[in-house]
Design a protein around this ligand. Structure first.
Ligand code: UD1
Length: 429
């Protein structure tokens, strides 16, 4: 399996274009199942996760064509007919958000058999809220042998749904199912993440009537059918935040472009508090750090617009070399500190108790071999490697490839010493 090797010590100087958002792209791809006309998505990131989902959509009857158009990377998705309503375990297991094909399949064809996704390293991640929402819309749901069998032979019906707590995936799933349901659906306590607004814009371009996404109340007036559309995927706020933290870690000056600074305000405020220069621009942000050591600051993850859980690992890496002690509280996922022991292999001083990590900044990290445990954790190890003395090698980087497009190329273009070591057949346990 491939590994990434980083030689620490180089500052970052230059420009990094931010890609389209993975977490948005995969829900928008699922939306293509709702219509028999083509959906053209531009600003598409090319990632393992989008490839996995493309494979699944092809099995369900869609054609998925990637190309480089006048607007950059694009994907044309076209499902004239749903030829199968079956999403097997091996595909859903590889990429959890594949589960979100369930709603569009029931909405369009009245039936589906979709594997339950199972847990992952950051937590149990149940899908009970997704299923409750689909049941409220009139789907009959049975669970057998790890599969969801769903039926709605007379179509879905609009409903009032109040989520007991905020879930990004369940909100998106309910929106995807309700757009061609009969009648009005109102979602209360909906997630407010920017990707929801992106989904609303894409669905409305396809002829849907969705209002309020990005606020806790979303109203969906069902329409008889959706049509084709072209939609540009929102910039990836997590990728943008990751490179902002990388620049703060390595020092230097990096201009992030093709992005929207407003999407990561909660991070930028913390970077400024830590002593980093932050200058929003029309299409991104400039991050500057002089030789001075950053100050330790505390963070607590929260639903949007709070501090994103998907940036917690990266921020922890930054705090390992800050001056003082930082408290990092994780409130979204129950097991999202798997990167802490790996950072400690690099010399970080971290203690974890329940949902809180205390990070006591050290003067320097030392390069070592470390292992990626999940997508965002893996990039936190690369960030730590940027300042660790000597060489850091990160194994199991298939996690990274799921969600970061051309990571090494983007960092190397700014002067980092990062290279991919192709798998040598050595077994990884
Ligand atoms: C999405 C993002 C992920 C991000 C997370 C929180 C995608 C593909 N992934 O994940 O990167 O970290 O939002 O911003 O977009 N929960 C339940 N029952 C459910 C659904 C969720 O108990 O039916 C729990 C989860 O286990 C978790 C919390 O609710 O503890 C929030 O999860 P949710 O917002 O649904 O995250 P995802 O949509 O899975």
């Amino acid at each position: 399996m491939d590994r990434i090797a980083i030689i620490g010590g180089a500052q970052l100087h230059g420009e990094i274009p931010v890609s389209g958002a993975k977490n948005s792209a995969i829900k928008l791809m699922a939306a293509s199942l709702l219509t028999d006309e083509p959906l053209r998505l531009t600003n598409m990131p090319r990632l393992a996760d989008t490839r996995f989902l493309g494979k699944l959509l092809s099995r369900l009857g869609a054609s998925v064509t990637e190309s480089d158009g006048p607007d950059g990377q694009q994907t044309l998705l076209h499902a004239p007919e749903i030829t199968s309503g079956f999403a097997p375990y091996d595909l859903v297991r590889q990429m959890r958000a594949s589960f979100n094909v369930l709603g569009p399949l029931i909405a369009r064809t009245g039936q589906a058999k979709v594997s339950l996704p199972g847990g992952c390293t950051i937590g149990a991640r149940p899908v009970d809220l997704h299923l409750q929402a689909l049941e409220a819309l009139g789907a009959k749901i049975d669970l057998h042998e790890g599969y969801v069998y769903a039926q709605a032979p007379r179509g879905l019906k609009g409903a009032e749904i109040t989520f007991p707590f905020v879930s990004v995936g369940a909100t998106e799933h309910a929106m995807l199912a309700a757009v061609i349901a009969d009648g009005v659906t109102v979602l209360h306590n909906a997630a407010c993440e920017p990707e929801l607004l992106d989904l609303q814009e894409c669905l409305n371009a396809m002829g849907a009537k969705v209002e309020g996404a990005g606020t806790p109340t979303v109203t969906i007036t069902g329409v008889a059918r959706l049509h084709g559309a072209t939609h540009a995927v929102i910039p990836d706020r997590i990728e943008m935040g990751t490179f902002a933290v990388a620049a703060a870690m390595a020092g230097g000056e990096v201009r992030l472009t093709r992005a929207r600074p407003g999407l990561i305000d909660s991070l930028l405020v913390k970077l400024e508090e830590a002593g980093c220069g932050v200058e929003p621009t029309a299409d991104g942000v400039i991050i500057r750090r002089s030789a001075e050591r950053l100050k330790a600051v505390d963070i607590e993850t929260a639903a949007y617009p709070g501090f994103a859980t998907d940036l917690q690992a990266q921020f922890m890496a930054l705090m390992t070399v800050a001056d003082g002690e930082s408290r990092i509280r994780e409130t979204i996922f129950e097991n999202r500190f798997m990167h802490a022991p790996e950072l400690m292999r690099l010399g970080a001083d971290i203690s974890v108790s329940g949902g809180e990590a205390r990070v006591r900044g050290v003067a320097r990290l030392e390069g070592a071999e470390v292992m990626a445990t999940d997508l965002r954790a893996s990039v936190s190890l690369v960030i730590a490697g940027l300042v660790a003395r000597g060489e850091t090698t990160v194994s199991r980087i298939y996690h990274l490839d799921r969600g970061f497009e051309r990571l090494e190329a983007k960092l190397t273009a700014c002067g980092a010493q990062v290279r991919r070591i192709k798998g040598d057949g050595e077994a990884e346990l």
